[in-house]
Design a protein around this ligand. Sequence first.
Ligand code: UDP
Ligand code: MG
Length: 325
Amino acid sequence: MNTPLKKLAIIVPAYNESKNIIPFYKAVCNITDELTNYQWNLLFVNDGSTDDTWIKIKELAEKDHNVKGINLSRNFGKEIALTAGAEAIEDTEAVILMDADLQHPPSLIPKLIQQWESGYQIVATQRTAIEYSWLRELGSRAFYYLMRLMSDINLEAKTTDYRLLDKKVLNILKTFEEKTRFFRGLIDWMGFRKTYVNFSAPERNDGDSTFKLRDLTKLAINSLTSFSLMPLRITGYLGVFVLISTSLLMIYMILTQLFMNQLYTALAYFVVFNTFLFGIVLAAIGMLALYIGHIHTEVVRRPLYIIQEQVGFDGSESGAEQLND
Ligand code: UDP
Ligand code: MG
């Protein structure tokens, strides 16, 4: 009486990971071979590597029919590579996203599966050990702080892209059309039943991290601006503050000049009036933020809401799947 095996997939973005592909594959197989209730697929997305990463992936795919590969035409960046992988996977109960450099230990997979089997739809991981430079660590902390302050998603600090996503989450993620994307942010925006597993990240297996501070800064700015218009709004608030304070100052100056014979130079009036004009400009930028906000929500075409479950509808188990029809 054999129950059919549940299908699971692992998506691995790889950029110049030639030396890591085989060790990664072996380490993953060591773990997945033990998890015999599942049928595993391993999907590598070669993100325009300049070394022979793709050749390694092809060799593996020839030997092992559970290994699949996608070769992107150039380097598009990790977020897009992950998207390409997610879109290519069909017919799976859940996916696990992980890095190719073994910084996301495969030994955690059974734990992720266990949490998923117990009902969580997103199992994210959080690193406990610090394996990055203090500068990057500082930047990362500042980023999470700003993100929590400015946007309406609650991004936990130190979470990584090493995640398990239930197929419901994956299917909805596939409907997202926004171009500038921050995978983790989107996933956190979606809600669902979510839990965290801690791990201490080891050093990279081979090679150096390809993320330069510049890329990370760009990613951080993109994430902030795609989830929040707060920076523009702050300008607006500042404008209103300047407008009110200079108006009051101007009234004060005129009144004291008229009734208390206080004398002000023309320059004083000019400076105050000029600041008042600045206030108008800043406030106008704040107004623009409101309009841009509307345009932004329209163009990214994120789903308005996501239905977790529904009951009593004929033949439909969940809204999520309907969305994907
Ligand atoms: N990666 C990618 N495209 C890129 C940069 C990185 O697909 O343009 C992959 C890389 O091969 C690795 C993962 O993303 O599997 C994380 O990259 P890395 O280890 O350089 O980043 P870090 O661990 O420093 O965050
Ligand atoms: Mg890494």
